[in-house]
Design a protein around this ligand. Structure first.
Ligand SMILES: Cc1cc2nc3c(=O)[nH]c(=O)nc-3n(C[C@H](O)[C@H](O)[C@H](O)COP(=O)(O)O)c2cc1C
Length: 220
C-alpha cells in the first residue's frame, strides 16, 4: 500500500506525468472530454493506486465515503463488460475499466471506519449511534439512492483528476447493471455509479457543449 507521499512520487516519476505536465483543476475541467478510442498503452498499478487515492479525497456527507471501485484489466473480463455495455467499444479497448459503485450496506456494517480517529471514545460511540439511527431508519432503497449521490461526487473527482494526471476517460451508465454486478461479484444491494474507461486516448473526443453560467444560475 502506498503512502500519500509515495503516491505523489509515483505520479511525478510516472512516464506521462511531470510537475510541468500536470494540469490545474481549471485546465483539466476545460480540456476534459469523453474519449471513446484508446491507445494500447498500459496504465501501471502505481498510477491507478495514485488516481484512486486522490479520488478518495472527495468529500461526503458524514464522511461516509460509500464509493467502491473494481479495477478491471483482464481482457476477457473487459469483453464480458463490453457485452453488458451494449457493445460500447471503449470498454474492450481501454487498458483499464473502473467499475464504480456505492455500497451503503458495507458502509453501515463498518461505521467505525468512517468516524474520525481523533474523536474521544465516547464521542466516537455517540457518532456511530447517531449514524445508525439516521441511516438505519431509511429503507435500503432510500439508503442506496442517498449513497449513490455521494458516490457521484467521487466520480467527478476521478474524471477531473485523471485528466489532470494525463489520462483520458469515458464515463458510462449505458450498461446492464445486474449483468455488470454478476460479472464482477459486486453485491446485489450495491448501486452502480458508473463504469469508467481509462487510458491514453487515441483522439481528443468531441468539442464540449455546455450551458452558459446565466442558463444554469440565478442570482438573488
Ligand atoms: C454518469 C455518466 C454516464 C454516461 N454514460 C455514457 C455512456 O454510456 N456512453 C457514452 O458514450 N457516453 C456516456 N457519458 C458521456 C456523456 O455523454 C458526456 O459526458 C457528455 O455528453 C458531455 O461530453 P464530454 O464528457 O465529452 O464533456 C456519460 C457521462 C456520465 C457523466
Amino acid at each position: 500500500m502506498l503512502t500519500s507521499e509515495a503516491t505523489a512520487a509515483a505520479l511525478l516519476t510516472a512516464e506521462h506525468a511531470s510537475p510541468t505536465e500536470r494540469l490545474s483543476a481549471a485546465d483539466a475541467a476545460m480540456t476534459r472530454h469523453s474519449v471513446r478510442s484508446y491507445l494500447d498503452v498500459p496504465v501501471s498499478d502505481d498510477e491507478i493506486h495514485a488516481l484512486l487515492e486522490l479520488t478518495g479525497r472527495a468529500p461526503s456527507a458524514f464522511n461516509l465515503q460509500p464509493w467502491r471501485f473494481v479495477v478491471v484489466r483482464d481482457q476477457e473480463v473487459k469483453n464480458a463488460l463490453k457485452e453488458a455495455a451494449y457493445g460500447q467499444k471503449q470498454v474492450g479497448e481501454a487498458p483499464v475499466v473502473i467499475a464504480m459503485y456505492s455500497d451503503m450496506e458495507d458502509t453501515m456494517a463498518h461505521l467505525g471506519d468512517v468516524v474520525h480517529p481523533d474523536l474521544a471514545p465516547d464521542k466516537r460511540a455517540s457518532t456511530i449511534a447517531m449514524l445508525e439511527k439516521n441511516f438505519g431508519g431509511m429503507t435500503p432503497e432510500a439508503r442506496a439512492i442517498w449513497g449513490n449521490g455521494q458516490a457521484n461526487i467521487a466520480l467527478g473527482y476521478l474524471l477531473l483528476i485523471a485528466k489532470s494526471e494525463g489520462f483520458d476517460t469515458s464515463p458510462m451508465l449505458g450498461f446492464q447493471a445486474d449483468r455488470v454486478k454478476a460479472i464482477l461479484d459486486i453485491p446485489a444491494g450495491a448501486t452502480m455509479t458508473a463504469m469508467v474507461a481509462l487510458g491514453r486516448g487515441a483522439d481528443d473526443g468531441f468539442r464540449s457543449h455546455r450551458h452558459a453560467v446565466e442558463r444554469m444560475t440565478s442570482f438573488r
